[in-house]
Write a protein that binds this ligand. Structure first.
Ligand SMILES: NC(=O)c1ccc[n+]([C@@H]2O[C@H](COP(=O)([O-])OP(=O)(O)OC[C@H]3O[C@@H](n4cnc5c(N)ncnc54)[C@H](OP(=O)(O)O)[C@@H]3O)[C@@H](O)[C@H]2O)c1
Length: 245
């Protein structure tokens, strides 16, 4: 049930994986959560909404400015403020060909969609939500990045879209930090680890390093706790280690 002064968050890409785990954790900690839902294939959010009155499911395609505008309008109408943005949605790859020098030309539509989703959504969302974030008390901006974003550590060959788009995300976050840190905003840039994929029934695909629920615990700590060095933008991982980016 909504209460006066309840802290309010938007979590994008929340219908499975890390976003869903973070949304669940915030709800447990008493937050009001707007959870971004993209495709209809997953009903895990609907299952959660049946028992969590502080959860609102928000149709949201972060690559579509009109969808972002509609989501901001809905939050304004229903909550009137936002304390936290968890910008987490991403396209991890797929079957399209985006390797330079591969056996087919680069699929430019797939490449552009990755940038719209993984890189450009972060500043666009922040900009559109700023009037609501200004009314919130916490002013915390959380972005899910990846160790793959590091130019210095990059050793991959082949498909350019995921790594390039996460590097561009980091630069976008740096520029947001330069503009908004002086206005009182605090930033979290997070590498969640190689996570187990979540099936539509909530079970996990075997393999990978860490369960999204475990990675979400560190994300929630970063959200909950203030840092002594908020004037430094750092990329940290699920173990709390600082990474080069
Ligand atoms: N998985 C890993 O090993 C790993 C490693 C490093 C970093 N990361 C990062 O961690 C974050 C979460 O990863 P995950 O493993 O939880 O990924 P995931 O299971 O693939 O979830 C990604 C989420 O983003 C949503 N999404 C995709 N395109 C969208 C769009 N245009 N608008 C709104 N939502 C959209 C997906 O919606 P649908 O479910 O409807 O498709 C899904 O809810 C991502 O930023 C990812 O890049 C993941």
């Amino acid at each position: 049930m909504e209460t006066i002064n309840q802290k309010t968050a938007l979590v994008t890409g929340a219908d499975r994986g890390l976003g869903l785990s973070v949304a669940k954790g915030l709800l447990k900690e008493g937050w009001r959560v707007f959870a971004g839902k993209y495709l209809a294939d997953y009903s895990l959010l609907e299952d959660l909404a049946a028992e969590e009155k502080s959860l609102s499911i928000l149709p949201l395609d972060v690559s579509d400015p009109e969808s972002v505008r509609a989501a901001a309008e809905r939050i304004a109408r229903d909550a009137g403020k936002l304390d936290l943005l968890v910008s987490n949605a991403a396209l991890m790859g797929g079957n399209a060909r985006c390797a330079v020098g591969g056996d087919a030309p680069v699929d430019t539509d797939a490449l552009l969609l990755s940038f719209r989703t993984n890189s450009l959504a972060a500043p666009i969302l922040t900009d559109r939500l700023l009037p609501l974030l200004e009314k919130g008390e916490m002013k915390r901006l959380f972005f899910t990045s990846s160790e793959i974003s590091s130019v210095r550590l990059q050793r991959r060959t082949g498909d350019v879209r995921y790594a390039m788009s996460k590097t561009a995300l980091n630069l976008g976050v740096r520029l947001l930090f330069n503009s908004l840190r002086p206005r009182g905003y605090t930033f979290r840039l997070y590498q969640p680890g190689w996570m187990k994929r979540v099936n539509p029934d909530g079970s996990r695909v075997a393999g990978a390093q860490i369960d999204p629920d475990e990675s979400a615990e560190e994300a929630l700590r970063l959200i909950r706790e203030d840092r002594i060095d908020e004037d430094r933008l750092v990329l940290t991982d699920y173990l709390g280690h600082e990474l080069s980016f």
